[in-house]
Design a protein around this ligand. Sequence first.
Ligand code: ATP
Length: 260
Amino acid sequence: MPSSSSRQTSNNTLQDCDDGVLRIEAARLAFTEHCLFDGLSMTLPAHGWTCLLGRSGCGKSSLLRMIAGLPVAPDASLSVGNGAGQPLNLRVAWMAQQDLLLPWRRVIDNVSLGAAMRGERADRERAMALLEQVGLGHTARRYPQTLSGGERSRVALARTLYESAPLVLMDEPFAALDALTRLDLHALAHRLLAGRRVVMVTHDPLEALRMANQILVMRGTPARLDSLDVPSQPAPRDPATPAMSNNHARLLAMLDEVAA
Ligand SMILES: Nc1ncnc2c1ncn2[C@@H]1O[C@H](COP(=O)(O)OP(=O)(O)OP(=O)(O)O)[C@@H](O)[C@H]1O
């Protein structure tokens, strides 16, 4: 899902809103035999990263898809508002674990893929500038299969940035990368996404502690959302500090806690 667009969920209309908080409320997802969550709410500040963690299968990716307005299940609903009960319109960009680069399009044409999908003329200058920003200007005319995994992730990041969406949803975007490449991508993504509202699903507590302004843990059955304070240093944080080790232990304990 490389493109962004105006989204409509089952029970609300989303409108552009770059400032102020965003409230996700009354999120519910149930299947015939079980309810994954019901009545979940969260506040997303205007700028900064919210990291969402939880045990496998608790519904993190589904919740992210619901925020994006994508279909998940017949019994799936939430409302998105500005905290004062008013619905909002919001353009959304999506970045997934799989880079979803199209092998038959050159790198630069993958960056501007959203424009092509919307039937718009691609802004090649902008796509090129973004490629330069992620350090891959020299690969513009190559095809994705000639790039390494880390380079492909950089192209996917450039494609996400091309959308200029105020809300960026990321589903384990760095999970397939080796540890050092991941650290590099953290720093790059943090710099290039400054000023955006980012929600990132991750399985990696250290990644969350490194990047987040807000950490939310989904746990319990049906799941509830609990928050964990983040270290006071600015992100992206050095993983080798005592504050990070202490919080890492606390976050692991929260993830491990038996459902209440
Ligand atoms: N049609 C369906 N019927 C029943 N259960 C379903 C259906 N579709 C999805 N599920 C369940 O919904 C749950 C939530 O999936 P989701 O991918 O959102 O979880 P997750 O927390 O992101 O998992 P992971 O961390 O493993 O990626 C899973 O347990 C999945 O089996």
